[in-house]
Design a protein around this ligand. Structure first.
Ligand code: PLP
Ligand code: ZN
Length: 398
């Protein structure tokens, strides 16, 4: 069943609905399978390992074997920060971001519903992922992107997988409003994270983290927050495993936003349960450049219920954390993803995080999503002839 998170109104799993018809609030899928965790044993490590918890018809699954991403222990950063640190590398998904988890479930749902066109507004990764999964399913795909604000790698993916890409003169929030209106007219099936089936896929990040830690929850999960779907989804995932009796503790959900796009951090500081939209969000981390996060209510609830925290980081802190992770641990992530590491560093510095905590930082997208940022952060390579003498002079000098 689908349920309104505010008034509790219930809807059927096969209704095409994005917000509550009674009160206008956002919806969630209720999923309570009766299985023991032994059923997962010996299954391939993709997010479909936990298929009993996915509210779709198993015979219609559209998958690129998303999920099953690395959980890398980061010892050098541990030594620097004095905590126990694991990084969940979501850039290892088929199109290079966690969006693939949500799209696998979302497109499977689209096939169940028998729609012929899907669409989204996107800062980039949602469109890259939707384009690939729509291609795999044989569905028409329309994506609306904020003009000039989409990282090159993401744009290349959306176009190359054959989506109809439309550049909108406006920001993400305006593009989302437009595509939502199209969906409400029945012109396409909306696969932004307002669609609660997206979060059903993304909750598998929470499943995998506790599974890989030996059916133990970390003390804290830190991640970047844009539209706030992912933090809500991961919390839903760990809560479902907790309620099923698979784990005995729960993590503190900790959301990080960029200073120029932080409506959720502001709402939490003011003690509110919903945000006031921000007109002109701005940050180098384009994946979280969002002023009116759709899942704000769920995220604020997740952070509150879990005893977590919300913090902002500057663009400079984001770019420094991106470089630090790449150069000390070999993990290349796009700027938005590095917000989780930047937030971790800031919260350890301000003693909001205890020294003995076991922490998982989710890094959400691959370095190559935004190649311009990476290249601009580095010195140009020296160009010389392939002359051994000159070469050895240069390498000894450097
Ligand atoms: C979508 C995205 C985010 C933000 O996730 P939300 O669910 O919108 O909060 C963060 N990082 C990357 C790389 C993304 O693609
Ligand atoms: Zn309602």
């Amino acid at each position: 069943m689908i349920k309104c998170i505010s008034c509790g109104k219930k809807y059927g799993l096969d209704e095409i609905i994005y917000t509550c018809r009674v009160c206008g609030s956002i919806l969630e899928v209720i999923c309570r399978p009766e299985v023991s965790r032994e059923v997962f044993e010996c299954r391939k490590f993709t997010m479909w390992k936990y298929k009993e918890f996915m509210p779709v018809d198993e015979s219609k699954i559209v998958t690129l074997e998303e999920g099953g991403t690395p959980l890398c222990r980061c010892q050098k950063l541990e030594d620097k920060l004095g905590i126990e640190l694991y990084v969940k590398v979501e850039g290892s998904n088929p199109t290079g971001s966690f969006k693939d988890r949500g799209m696998s479930v979302g497109i499977t749902k689209a096939m169940e519903l028998g729609v012929d066109a899907v669409g989204c507004a996107s800062t980039g990764n949602t469109s890259a992922s939707l384009a690939a999964y729509a291609a795999r399913a044989g569905l028409k795909c329309i994506v609306l992107l904020p003009s000039g604000k989409v990282a090159l790698g993401k744009l290349a993916q959306a176009m190359f997988h054959g989506a109809e890409v439309i550049s909108i003169k406006g920001n993400f929030d305006e593009a989302l409003e437009a595509v939502t209106a199209l969906a409400n007219e029945g012109k396409l099936y909306l696969l932004n994270s307002v669609n609660p089936f997206r979060l059903e896929g993304q909750k598998s990040i929470g499943f995998e983290i506790v599974d890989e830690l030996g059916w133990r929850s970390p003390d804290r999960i830190i991640l970047p927050v844009g539209n706030a779907g992912n933090i809500s989804a991961i919390w839903k995932g760990v809560l479902e495993f907790y309620e099923a009796g698979f784990i005995e503790e729960l993590p503190m959900m900790t959301g990080i936003q960029a200073e120029g796009a932080a409506p959720i951090v502001r709402a939490i500081r003011e003690g509110k349960d919903d945000i006031k939209p921000l007109e002109n969000p701005e940050t180098v981390a384009t994946a979280i450049r969002i002023g009116a996060p759709v899942s704000a209510k769920k995220a604020i609830r997740a952070i509150g219920e879990s005893g977590g925290y919300a913090e902002t980081v500057s663009d400079l802190e984001i770019l420094e954390a991106q470089k630090l992770l790449a150069r000390t641990e070999g993990i290349g992530v796009e700027p938005a993803s590095a917000a989780s590491i930047a937030g971790l560093i800031k919260l350890v510095g301000s003693e909001k995080i205890d020294k003995d905590e076991k922490i998982v930082c989710v890094v959400t997208g691959h370095l190559l999503k935004d190649p311009n940022i990476a290249i601009n952060a580095c010195k140009q390579p020296i160009e010389i002839e392939a002359d051994v003498e000159k070469l050895s002079q240069i390498i000894t000098k450097n």
